[in-house]
Design a protein around this ligand. Sequence first.
Ligand code: SF4
Length: 88
Amino acid sequence: MSEENLLDPEKPYGPLNVGDLEIIVDREGCIGASACIPPADKTFTLNDEGKAVILATASEDSEDDIIDAARACPVLAIKIRKNGKDLI
Ligand code: SF4
């Protein structure tokens, strides 16, 4: 994975805004299970540390797909907020 594929190389884990969503990956909590990737593979990938990071193409996934990805995480390491409200 190259840094230029990241939405923001300074903040690979967020918090970052994608459309109306704010995405945060808990770097410490992420165990690299990669269950988040199939539902939203334009949004999440694993970096060299085996942690989920947010891709520049994230806006190509739908909100529902991104939310599904967060729900798929076995340790709920992805937090999603919308309009200041925690969705997950
Ligand atoms: S599913 Fe959860 S633990 Fe697995 S890579 Fe994604 S964020 Fe990390």
